[in-house]
Ligand binder design. Sequence first.
Ligand code: ASP
Length: 359
Amino acid sequence: MAARGASLTIAAMNTSTSSSAIPSNEGTTPLLPRIVVLATGGTIAGAAASATNTSGYQAGVIGVEQLLAVVPALSTVARMESEQIASVDSKDMAMPLWTTLAQRINTLLADDEIDGVVVTHGTDTLEETAYLLHLTVKSDKPVVLTAAMRPASALSADGPLNLLNAVTVAAQASSRGQGVLVAFNNKIHSARDVVKTSTYAVDAFHSPEIGALGWVQDGRVEFQRGVVRPHTLATEFVIGATWPHVEIVVSYAGVSRIAVDALVAAGVRGIVVAGTGNGSIHASVQQALADAASQGVAVVRASRVGSGHVMRNGAAADDALGFVSAGSLNPYKARVLLMLALAAGATGPVALQKIFDTY
Ligand code: ASP
């Protein structure tokens, strides 16, 4: 397995493209697909003091070469390369790292010699990174994220099999053109739909309402449905270094307008509200958001419920208030889309609603 400039920090990242150490089966059977694993940290690279400790551990301390070394079967699936992009607990994921990651993926996939990319990530914000990449990767080659709920040091660690399955999915021709995928616990999910649904179970990712795209097991990959909304090559979004300031507020019993007013005073460009039910909003917060919208702040109504969708002009009069409905995107993914839309120059509720209805 060839390491592409493995290092523990982003700053020291070496993006050498040497592939001399790649095992080759040239001359005998067709070459296996060439897959690059980009490691960012997370529990999949986590270690605890004992094998029975699955909650008190440090995320992102094991290097990518070690992650690959414990799964010898990888070399039967693909010609492997790896790079350490970062070593973070994904609770600390930040936009500059998203820029670095997306740009690196785009550079790698522009290389004719590379067939796909796997990203190892923490589970906490995986759904946000996956959706960001789904909208900004400019290639139809497979990009597959995976992670683990148990640290690498744990009894029955789930990372090694998740990694093997992710590489198996990335190496499949049928994974091309499906947008960014998440392979986790034998299921394959679309980046748009997938969410983390458990704080501890190894079956921690689901696509509420719509279900997984397919499954992977013992080297077999099967897709059972396709991805309908545009992604990757078909979007208007490009990854850049500038991220419009967008925050999320929550509506709940007794909530005040203090948080919204403070965000507006801080100069935010957009606010996503995690509303109750069908994106309904407590009267005090709704008034604060209407005031914000009248000052040019983009306001998007999502729901804190976890499944379903928010109907435009359903629980709130979006047309009159100047709000946008997030549809079936949860608040965290709605924030990703709003940042990209604002960065692309979209302004006003009509243009923004069109973007939310499209992606
Ligand atoms: N806090 C960890 C992370 O997101 C959790 C995990 O990976 O499961 O990096």
